[in-house]
Design a protein around this ligand. Structure first.
Ligand SMILES: [Ca+2]
Ligand SMILES: [Ca+2]
Length: 193
């Protein structure tokens, strides 16, 4: 509106983002400014997104994971993220509420978007997560969690599933919510430097 900082950011999107993320109007407007500088056409492409991710993980290889994250937020599948999709992505992957985060995690794991996750899909994403863990941190992981296969096995055992069984969204969210150790199997939070 009269706020010079908000530039071209529409009031509708701004209100929506304020409501659905923890970010203030000031923060959102600042990010919109830098977003527009980086992406004058208002959209982030896949390789640009991978570059942003690479900055966050200088000691490892987040490329495959970033590709999956991109897919999970590019809901209309047009190969770009607009500002809203981008902020929701940043917000959810860093500090969203657990429930929303798990809804998102489910969509990340559901590679073929058919509404259920298979062990192969989980293995694919966990393998991508592993590439983000620097080698020195991988060395000190617990013995039963130090490969993607072991983690997928552990997750499947926790849900009491056979190798070809699938997990539906609600079952996944309810199960992971109850158990922090399981939550840690399916994500990687870089250590603060
Ligand atoms: Ca899109
Ligand atoms: Ca699936």
């Amino acid at each position: 509106m009269g706020n010079k900082k908000s530039g071209m950011l529409s009031k509708e999107i701004l209100e929506d983002l304020k409501l659905n993320t923890k970010y203030s109007e000031d923060e959102l407007c600042k990010w919109y400014e830098s977003f527009q500088k980086q992406c004058p056409d208002g959209r982030i492409g896949r390789s640009e997104f991978e570059k942003i991710y690479a900055n966050f993980f200088p000691n490892s290889d987040p490329k495959v994971y970033a590709r999956h994250v991109f897919r999970s937020f590019d809901t209309n599948d047009d190969g770009t993220l607009d500002f809203r999709e981008y902020i929701v992505a940043l917000h959810l992957t860093s500090s969203g509420k657990t429930n929303l985060k798990l809804e998102w995690a489910f969509s990340l794991f559901d590679v073929d978007r058919n509404g259920e996750i298979s062990k192969n899909e989980v293995l694919e994403i966990i393998a991508a997560i592993f590439k983000m863990i620097p080698p020195e941190e991988q060395k000190v992981l617990p013995e039963d969690e130090n490969t993607p296969q072991k983690r997928a096995d552990k997750l499947w055992a926790y849900f009491n599933k056979g190798d070809t069984d699938k997990i539906a969204e609600k079952e996944f969210i309810d199960g992971v919510m109850k158990n922090e150790a399981i939550m840690n199997l399916i994500q990687y939070n870089p250590k603060e430097k």
